[in-house]
Design a protein around this ligand. Structure first.
Ligand code: ASP
Length: 334
């Protein structure tokens, strides 16, 4: 038996679900099932910790990130690595959020889950779990990753790209950090250097960040309605291509400008899966630079959303956040 120690933090998701009349929902006795599947295997020693309320990750709120980060931070010294079991629907948001909250970590945090429950015969959960447990004791990894279907991905570069296939995750703007095939191989040159963890307790306000997708014919009042909501301090705008907007819609442009002048941090991300925002390529994009919208660079929508939440939770002022958004904090953008 290996001597390293891993903490598995179970938050919910398909991996630990069971069928019910209403469809899959979190099963309560996950620890027995886990023990049945893993006991006797030559694996690192593990301990299981569960959230008090296991969730379908569709029910995730920003406050869950503080809760998860605190549980990991409190146990940091006791374990060699951490595996977070999570639903796939919002896994990329959580992996991104944890990467910002747990900056400068010196151990692996591997987030995983499955498309089919661990209890099912044809499950992808067991492989994801075994790969994650083995990667979680690799001291070369000092960052938050997603491990899924043999891919090791930087957490804050990942997105769920397929809702029905087991290769559900990818990191379109960054090569995989590793691959678990016949052998487990790491892409050493891409791994982040570790630091000395200095954990902070952050409180996230669910209302703080809103998101809006630009679409043909969008009216300014949609944007105005969102920005009127109490507590909104930041907006992720999902724009076309390299960050273009209907710049001839003057009411929409004016509403955006007023929002920025009123202290809202607006971040432009691309609706495209790969590539990113290059705001000054077209006149229909450079208008955003003039208005003071921050470029989300080549960040995923999930990374931009959680980074904005993180910077707001840190108490940064709007102007400082606007400057920091396009700059990498934890390998989330170029
Ligand atoms: N709805 C589930 C969740 O995100 C989907 C999954 O885990 O695959 O919790």
């Amino acid at each position: 038996m290996m001597q390293q120690r891993i903490l598995i933090l179970h938050t919910g998701g398909t991996i630990g679900m069971e069928a019910s009349a209403d469809g899959y929902r979190p099963a309560q006795d996950f620890s027995t099932l886990l023990a049945q599947k893993l006991d006797g295997c030559d694996l690192p020693n593990y301990e299981l910790l569960q959230l008090d309320h296991l969730i379908d990750s569709a029910d995730l709120c920003p406050s869950h990130w503080s809760q998860m980060a605190k549980l990991l931070a409190d146990k940091w010294e006791k374990y060699d690595g951490f595996v977070v079991l999570h639903g796939t629907d919002t896994m990329a948001y959580t992996a991104s959020a944890l990467s910002f909250i747990l900056q400068e970590i010196d151990k692996p945090v591997i987030v995983t889950g499955s498309q089919i429950p661990l209890s099912a015969l044809r499950t992808d959960a067991l492989n994801n779990l075994l790969d994650s447990l083995l990667l979680a004791v690799n001291p070369e990894i000092k960052e938050v990753c997603i491990c899924f279907d043999g891919r090791l991905l930087r957490g804050n570069r990942s997105s769920k790209v397929n809702s029905t296939s087991c290769d559900a995750f990818d990191s379109p703007n960054l090569p995989w950090l590793g691959e678990a095939g016949v052998h487990i191989q790491l892409n050493h040159g891409l791994l982040l250097a570790g630091g000395s963890p200095n954990f902070r307790t952050l409180t996230f306000d669910s209302r703080a960040v809103a998101m809006l997708t630009i679409f043909p014919g969008m009216q300014a009042n949609m944007l105005e309605q969102i920005l009127k909501q109490e507590g909104v301090k930041g907006l992720i705008l999902r724009n076309y291509g390299v960050g273009n907007v209907p710049s001839h819609n003057s009411a929409l442009m004016q509403a955006l400008e007023e929002a920025v002048q009123g202290g809202i941090v607006v971040v432009s991300v691309s609706q495209c899966v790969a590539g990113g925002v290059f705001q000054n390529t077209y006149a229909s994009g450079s208008v955003l630079s003039r208005i003071g919208v921050s470029s989300g660079s080549d960040m995923t929508m999930e990374a931009a959303f959680t980074k904005l939440h993180y910077l707001l939770a840190c108490g940064e002022q709007a102007e400082a956040i606007r400057r920091k958004i396009p700059l990498p904090l934890r390998g989330e953008c170029c």
